[in-house]
Design a protein around this ligand. Structure first.
Ligand code: HXC
Length: 277
């Protein structure tokens, strides 16, 4: 079944989606869903080649696309991207704060800069996009969607940086939902589980093994980017009009099973600690 059997193709005609990290993975998948539902799309990211290839794909789905090279850690660059989007399409309706970084590392091997890098991309980057998009969202009475992860509420070994960053993202989301409800701006986060074909699962799956992840999912399979994008679309549509401050799990139940299968599988393949523990 396609999401197009349920959601109307013209659902987002004349509406604009802005996605950070939109050149690949789940973020591009969300843009793909919105493109098929008629939205104009702005994507920003660090790598021009990824943005160009994503733009070609989104255009082929019928969307008008604006691409801007911007690192979410750089507020001025993000603000410029929102400016370019507004010039092209008018005020944005939905902002997806999706840019993220991840790698597997023991906390004692993680440098201060390694920790900071992930927190800066995920958390500071989400604040930068929210803050830079605020005036447009205020005009459109639009919504923010933050991309979270199970690491935000279950500790995963060797993911201290990711857990801290994503828990911060969820806390930021709730704070902004509280403060910006008065402007009609809704804020929610979506926490995808393991999703096929994404950079995140390439990085985590190649260390722990794919079967480890599958064993952690009650529904017994990885999800698809369409399945994440469809839920983001529902939250962004009028169907989501009374939903704000929510963390929505799109994870096949993975968050219910804890992290021990992952922790054990990764411990077995990481180089031994210096004192052999
Ligand atoms: C230990 C590492 C490391 C590793 C980088 N670092 N990789 N430390 N183990 N494997 C350290 C570096 O040594 C350096 O610290 C610091 O991190 C910054 O590294 P840079 O390479 O200079 O940073 P940068 O080029 O900005 O790259 C950011 C990145 C990279 C996060 C490190 O991996 C990246 O660009 N990732 C983007 C794509 C991505 O990760 N997508 C997946 C997101 S999925 P020092 O001290 O040496 O200077 C996700 C959720 C998954 O987030 C949840 C699934 C369920």
């Amino acid at each position: 079944m396609s999401f197009l059997d349920v959601l109307k193709p013209g659902l987002f005609t004349d509406r604009t989606l802005f996605v950070t990290g939109g050149g690949s993975g789940i973020n591009l998948g969300i843009a793909r869903v919105f493109a098929q539902l008629g939205a104009n799309i702005t994507i920003c990211g660090r790598t021009e080649a990824k943005l160009s290839s994503a733009a070609a794909e989104l255009s082929s789905l019928g969307a008008q696309v604006c691409t801007v090279v911007a690192d979410v850690r750089d507020y001025a660059a993000v603000a410029e991207a929102f400016g370019a989007s507004e010039q092209r399409f008018g005020p944005v309706d939905t902002v997806v704060c999706g840019a993220a970084g991840n790698f597997v590392a023991r906390a004692e091997d993680l440098s201060a800069n390694g920790f900071k890098t992930v927190v800066d991309i995920d958390l500071l980057g989400s604040f930068n996009a929210s803050r830079a998009g605020f005036s447009q969202l205020r005009q459109s009475k639009g919504c923010l969607i933050f991309i979270s992860a199970a690491q935000a509420y279950v500790p995963f070994a060797y993911q201290a940086h990711v857990g801290a960053a994503k828990a911060g993202v969820d806390a930021l989301m709730r704070n902004l939902a509280l403060e910006w409800g008065v402007y009609g701006i809704r804020c929610n986060s979506v926490a995808p589980g393991p999703i096929e074909g994404t950079e995140g699962m390439k990085r985590l799956g190649e260390v722990s093994g794919r079967d480890t992840w599958t064993s952690m999912i009650p529904l017994g399979r990885y999800g698809t980017t369409d399945e994440v994008g469809a839920i983001v679309a529902v939250l962004a549509s009028r169907l989501g009009a009374y939903v704000t401050g929510a963390q929505v799990l799109v994870d096949g139940g993975q968050g219910l099973t804890g992290s021990s299968a992952f922790n054990q599988a990764v411990a077995a393949v990481l180089p031994p600690t210096t004192d052999g523990v």
